[in-house]
Design a protein around this ligand. Sequence first.
Ligand code: NAP
Length: 414
Amino acid sequence: MTASPPPIGTLPPPGEVPDTMWAQVIRKDRFGDPRTAFQIEELPVPEPKANEVLIGVMAAGINFNNVWAAHGIPIDVIAVRQKAGDPNDFHIGGSDASGVVYAVGDEVEGVAVGDEVITHPGWWNPDDPWIEAGKDPMLGPSAAIWGYNTNFGSFGQFCVAQEHQVLPKAPHLTWEEAAAPTLVGTTAYRMLFGWEGHTLKDDDLVLVWGGSGGLGSQAIQLISNHGARAVAVVSNPERGEYCKRLGAVGYVNRGDFSHWGVPPHWEDAAGQKEWLTGARGFGKAIWDVLGERRNPDIVLEHPGEATVPTSIFVCEPGGMVVICAGTTGYSATVDLRYHWTRQKRFQGSHGTNDEQAVSYNQLVVNGDIDPCLGKIFSFEDIGLAHYEMEQKFETYGNRVALLGAPKPGEGRRC
Ligand code: NAP
């Protein structure tokens, strides 16, 4: 055991755990702009408890959830944990990791020191009666997103995950590639395959908002690999062409429309007419992509307030709008006339369970899914990476930061 943290870009030999580590840390008194909310601090390396695994982090995926954590919106994750009895007054986020196992807690059987692994973000209390009853853990009261709701995520040199979250790293991927896709990929997998009655069928048409982003790039591949068709929504043709390269049959440029946001009240006849013109035009743009009058059976939603009214409108009767976020706002309105008479489903979706994560990771291991690594940041720039994500800087796919991995592409491969 060494007292001081290893330099960034290195890790000690597997099994040699230092006392302290460098981490990018959020504290309540600096909530706000991610560039200042995140600060590098030296903190003790956490110890894995029963059923937990200590991972030396090679690379960490950047996700939108720690943009929210940096702002303390919509929840103050530190305060929520403290209320539940956690003594720590800081947050080490990071919900995607690639790395090497350094230590295992009691009762860990399937993972050993030296294993090269990635993590999935579904976390829950193993004693939760809901889970003990064999129900979907992500619907249980203790379900959480690792590295967002929980502490000691992948923005520290060492992170602690539950054994069931730890999956084999795809041997053909570099550390940074391996750290990129799992949170968004498993979320997209659950959205597409998790909701009985509306699981993806091979003749389905799926509308994918933000097709060139993290979630979207994974969703398009899952859809086209399954034999179904994806139409992406993007903000410019370059992003649309990227989506086509991933397997989308075409794209709609949302910049061609302006009816976004909360629609006028239903009693405002003129406003409604204008809104309907925009929504119908958007629906027609999907038909133009397809060359047939076909509406999406599934709409993969995450922008939220700006787009939900349109998503509900264009969804095929009997189809599903499945949503995992409200990036543009939470006050999405639904014109119920298009919802109940056409018997559509509006389904919330969050995180992943183990089965979904294992199935998704197998596709990555098989080389069937590209991790869509868009941009690599240094450990020092983790705050900047979140700022760029929040400000919608141009990046395709996913962002990652390097911790133990020395340089892009030069990390040890299996
Ligand atoms: P991302 O990589 O930043 O991609 C988001 C995409 O949304 C962008 O590529 C952008 O594409 C599109 N977009 C931006 N503003 C928009 C607007 N006003 N209207 C329509 N589209 C817009 O983010 P991500 O990783 O895909 O995550 C997206 C959201 O899902 C985030 O809020 C994240 O927190 C959430 N999420 C939730 C879960 C969960 O388990 N609940 C898991 C993963 C992600 P264009 O500009 O080209 O349209």
